[in-house]
Design a protein around this ligand. Structure first.
Ligand code: NAG
Length: 162
């Protein structure tokens, strides 16, 4: 074999190793390998290896954080309307997350995906509204974290066994 074909063979082996290590991590019980924000995901699901339980937990933690952010938002001055928009989108996100938990129980993967996507859009709407204002920076940051958590929920939900 020429040097070039050795290089190609090694490259192929390397790519196969990378691909299988992702699959291996998942099979070793880390559902967060599919998440866009894996560290945040791992902090949220705390070692949960069962994908359904992990998704359920991630949704519940996000609901709790959403309520906390809402309490924080209530204390902010109303300003240019960004905070007010977030208060209403957080209510909507919370409802959509509650529906998602119901979808999980009913093994309705399609509705689960729809309701989680709706929650993700709610957080995005909040962030967009805050971007146009000079309002509370702390609050803007927490909305960003909630968005990432919702994104993780959506990724985890793709693993949910029907
Ligand atoms: C969200 O879940 C509810 C059940 O709680 C369901 O009735 C509704 O159709 C779902 N929404 C979407 C857009 O699928």
């Amino acid at each position: 074999m020429s040097i070039n074909s050795h290089v190609t063979v090694l490259g192929t082996i390397f790519l196969l190793l990378v691909a299988s290590s992702q699959a291996l991590k998942l099979s070793l019980g880390d559902p967060c390998t599919v998440a866009d924000h894996p560290k945040l995901c791992r902090r949220t699901i705390k070692g949960q290896t069962n994908v359904n339980a992990a998704t359920d937990m991630a949704i519940r933690v996000l609901m709790k954080r959403t309520m906390q952010a809402k309490d924080m938002a209530k204390k902010e001055p109303k300003g240019d309307g960004g905070v007010a928009t977030c208060l209403s989108t957080f209510d909507s996100a919370f409802d959509n997350l509650a529906k998602s938990l119901k979808n999980m129980k009913e093994n309705d993967g399609y509705s689960l995906n729809m309701n989680l996507s709706a929650a993700l859009t709610d957080y995005d709407t909040c962030i967009d509204a805050m971007e146009g204002t000079q309002e509370a920076n702390v609050f803007y940051k927490s909305a960003g974290v909630l968005y990432k958590m919702a994104d993780n929920c959506l990724a985890l939900s793709t693993l949910v066994k029907q």
